[in-house]
Structure formats: structure tokens, C-alpha cells
Design a protein around this ligand. Structure first.
Ligand SMILES: C[S@@+](CC[C@H](N)C(=O)[O-])C[C@H]1O[C@@H](n2cnc3c(N)ncnc32)[C@H](O)[C@@H]1O
Length: 291
């Protein structure tokens, strides 16, 4: 009888405190290494253009895998890596111990030094959008905000795209996307969810499922059970409409969200431009504050 072995030693229960999932994602998750490379290239280009030392601030860097890579590639920059979530702060501090990167574990709203570049990488679908106010507060006038995330591949087309483009606000009510004050009021007073909002959520779940299936197959092909198991968890949370832990939205919705928060889009890059649209999830954007 053949004996199959796996190179991943998975514990019975994946214990986040022992496993650096951010590092694993660079090995077993599609479109993550491309994202690191695209952000690095954007920062290099900016630094060449301004031709002076720059300060880069990364919001919620988790275990600082990218920050460590960035400082190795660009030792001349000033880098601040921020994180105050979860149990992995020790891992982040260890990784940065022998570098010039400042590890900031306080509240974002209490940080005072402005930055030329602020990076939001893989966090937008996890966190409350209040962080965007802090990005605006901390960004230098000529600075850029690099937003990259794992999105739910685009599901807003036709009348749904029209609705998002014309939205007066983007507001998540129990996970449903509300687009104007009337809808928000109807939800808050009577728990009403419009037909359109329900249809958009239906489309999100189905697009999401195709994407997670692809990601989990990819992780298994790499024999990366850490990533596969974490993605199964992520899929479960993401498919529950009102889960606050994980809620990937379409790129179009986030673009409108940023616009309504006072940001202007300078560029947008897909990390898998040759894939079919349903497998294009990671994008890297450059935003600037609206004039
Ligand atoms: C995927 S990690 C970020 C990865 C990191 N930027 C990188 O490139 O390696 C998501 C971040 O969102 C924040 N977060 C907030 N709520 C979370 C949740 N429920 N699950 C995971 N991350 C959460 C944490 O600060 C965490 O570091």
C-alpha cells in the first residue's frame, strides 16, 4: 500500500500563535507574491521621483513580512510598521528587531508623524473604515496611499454597477451594501433590506465561492495545509453575510467607498491580468487625497 506523506506538519488545531500565516501566504496563496512585488515597485518609483528620503507607514502589518522585505530592498527609507491586533505582536517585533524599522503597536489615531506613503495591504476587508480618516490625517500633501487587498472578484455589472457608481454612501448593514440615506434608515428602523441589496449579496457569495475554491485548490497543490485550512475558515466567515471578521467586497464597491471618503484613484493594477475576471481578486491601487 503506498504511503503518502505531506510536508506540512499541521497541528490538530491551527494555532495562530505558532504559525506565521503571513509568511505562509507568500508560499501557498495565489497573487500574494505578485502583490509584494507591485507595491515594492510603486514605492521605488515614488522614491525616485521625489529624490529625497521618504517615510513609509504600513497599517496593520501583521508579522511584518512585507516591511522586512521592503527595508531590505530600500534600506534608505524610514519605515514604520504598525500593528496592534491579535497575539502575534512578538513575532512582528522579533522580525524587526535588527532592522531600522519602527514597530508601532499603539493606536493608529495616536500616531503623529506624517508619511509620504501609507500602505494598507490585506486589511481592508477585515477592519472598520475609520482607518481611512487616519490615513488622510497622516498622509503628506504630495503623498500616496497604496491600497491593496484580496477582493471578491467583480460581481457588480450592469444595473448593479450603475447602483454602486451612483451611490451616495457605501454602508454595510449586517453585511448588505446600502447606497443611500433612505435605505440606511429603513434598515435601522425596521431591518428592511432592499431587493437590490439582497441580489448584490447573492452575487457576492457565488463569486466568492468560485474564488475560495480556486485558492484552496492552489494551496493543496502546493501542499500548504496552513493556507488551505485558514482559507476554509475564511470562506466560512466570508459566506456568512453579517460576519464582521471577513467580508470581501467587489473592487467597484471599494473604489466608490474610497471616492466617498475623499480619495482620488491614480492607478489600479490587477495581480493576475491574464486570469479570467472571476479569478482576479488581488489589486493594487494608488490613491491621493481629492483636491
Ligand atoms: C491578512 S492580515 C494583514 C497582512 C499583512 N498586511 C501582510 O501583508 O502580511 C489582516 C490584518 O487585519 C487586521 N484584522 C482585524 N480584524 C481581523 C480579523 N478578524 N482577522 C484577521 N485580521 C484582522 C489585523 O491587523 C491583521 O494583521
Amino acid at each position: 500500500m503506498p504511503i503518502f506523506t505531506t510536508t506540512t506538519k499541521l497541528q490538530n488545531k491551527v494555532d495562530e500563535a505558532d504559525i506565521d500565516l503571513s509568511a505562509q501566504m507568500r508560499l501557498g496563496h495565489p497573487q500574494v507574491p505578485e502583490t509584494d512585488a507591485a507595491i515594492l515597485e510603486t514605492i521605488k518609483r515614488y522614491a525616485q521621483q521625489v529624490d529625497r528620503p521618504i517615510r513609509v507607514f504600513q497599517v496593520h502589518c501583521r508579522t511584518a513580512v512585507f516591511a522586512a522585505k521592503l527595508i531590505e530592498a530600500m534600506p534608505e527609507i524610514q519605515m514604520v510598521a504598525h500593528e496592534n491586533y491579535g497575539e502575534l505582536l512578538g513575532m512582528m517585533q522579533n522580525r524587526l528587531a535588527d532592522t531600522t524599522v519602527t514597530a508601532y503597536t499603539g493606536k493608529l489615531r495616536e500616531w503623529q508623524e506624517p508619511a509620504d506613503i501609507i500602505i494598507s495591504m490585506g486589511i481592508h476587508h477585515h477592519v472598520s473604515r475609520n482607518y481611512l480618516d487616519q490615513v488622510k490625517r497622516l498622509l503628506r500633501p504630495e503623498g500616496i496611499f497604496i491600497l491593496s487587498d484580496e477582493f471578491c472578484p467583480e460581481y457588480c455589472t450592469g444595473k448593479y454597477a450603475e447602483r454602486i457608481r451612483n451611490a451616495d454612501s457605501i454602508y454595510l448593514a449586517g453585511g448588505y451594501v446600502m447606497t443611500n440615506a433612505q435605505e440606511i434608515e429603513a434598515y435601522e428602523k425596521a431591518g428592511e433590506i432592499s431587493q437590490m441589496a439582497q441580489e448584490i449579496e447573492y452575487l457576492r457569495k457565488h463569486a466568492l465561492w468560485k474564488w475560495y475554491r480556486y485558492v484552496i485548490d492552489y494551496a493543496m497543490e502546493q501542499d500548504n495545509l496552513h493556507v488551505a485550512v485558514d482559507e476554509l475558515r475564511g470562506a466560512q466567515e466570508d459566506l456568512i453575510t453579517d460576519s464582521e471578521k471577513e467580508h470581501k467586497l467587489s473592487p467597484l464597491i471599494v473604489e466608490r467607498e474610497l471616492e466617498l471618503h475623499g480619495f482620488e484613484q491614480r492607478s489600479k493594477k490587477s495581480m493576475a491580468p491574464n486570469n479570467p475576471l472571476e479569478l482576479q481578486s488581488f489589486f493594487v491601487y494608488e490613491f491621493v487625497p481629492k483636491a
